[in-house]
Write a protein that binds this ligand. Structure first.
Ligand SMILES: [Zn+2]
Ligand SMILES: [Zn+2]
Length: 240
């Protein structure tokens, strides 16, 4: 009986410590770090490429021949190793503190490719989750990332512009590339707040992972219909 009581105290204090102390690095396990500098460094890939064919370019533009509309997409790294682990822990283990180092990577990538863009001409919008999904998870990881990016870059964060109106299966569960793109048709819609965003020259759309780019493409289309001129997708990781 006595040991049970002691065990419970131990378990309880471990739980509290877990809550108040930063835990170990998602990539390498180093203590007192969310995602250490070394893991951030090895995750970061320089340059910009077409999301669909990988063709290297200056600005992340999707090649014209893929016929997907005018969209540029940048990603900080590949969805594998330490970076995949960090994204997964943010989403599924609800380690919200990971949004900060991952937001750093987004900012670093944006500055690398678009050093000339003035933050006052831009706005940042997170890719929304369907409300059921957000309720289930308790937060939208893209929103946490967008807020971090906004703080670092001083780019205005716009809330409640886009909504996801269609529940869709997780992209990684749909194997066929064409199907993934079809699946998301009409998945996003703009809200009435969108009227106020046309003053921004560039809209930066933030998400955690891009695979085929279907999510970004459909979200961008919804914004384009409402007058967005230039849209840059900015994601933590490509692949998955
Ligand atoms: Zn590490
Ligand atoms: Zn291409």
């Amino acid at each position: 009986m006595k040991t049970d009581w002691k065990n419970n105290i131990h378990m309880f204090s471990a739980l509290i410590l877990n809550l108040i102390l930063p835990r170990s690095c998602a990539g390498c396990g180093k203590s007192n770090e969310a995602f250490c500098e070394n893991c951030q460094g090895i995750s970061y890939k320089y340059g910009a490429h077409c999301l669909i064919c990988g063709f290297r370019n200056n600005d992340g533009k999707i090649c014209y021949e893929h016929l997907l509309g005018k969209l540029n997409v940048l990603w900080a790294g590949r969805y594998d190793g330490a970076l995949r682990e960090a994204v997964r822990q943010l989403k599924y283990r609800k380690r919200k503190e990971l949004a900060e180092p991952l937001g750093n990577l987004l900012y670093k990538k944006f500055k690398e490719i678009y050093p000339e863009i003035k933050s006052k001409n831009c706005a940042v919008i997170p890719i929304p989750l369907h409300f059921k999904k957000e309720h289930e998870r308790g937060f939208n990881q893209a929103e946490l990332l967008a807020r971090e990016f906004s703080q670092l870059s001083k780019v205005q964060f716009l809330t409640n512009m886009l909504i996801k109106i269609k529940e869709t299966p997780a992209q990684v569960e749909v194997k066929d590339k064409e199907k993934r793109i079809k699946n998301l048709e009409g998945a996003f819609s703009v809200t009435e707040n969108v009227l106020s965003f046309t003053k921004y020259k560039t809209i930066i759309l933030i998400d955690d992972v891009a695979t085929t780019g279907a999510t970004l493409i459909h979200a961008a289309r919804a914004l384009e219909k409402s007058g967005a001129q230039k849209i840059i997708g900015l994601v933590v990781a490509h692949g998955g």
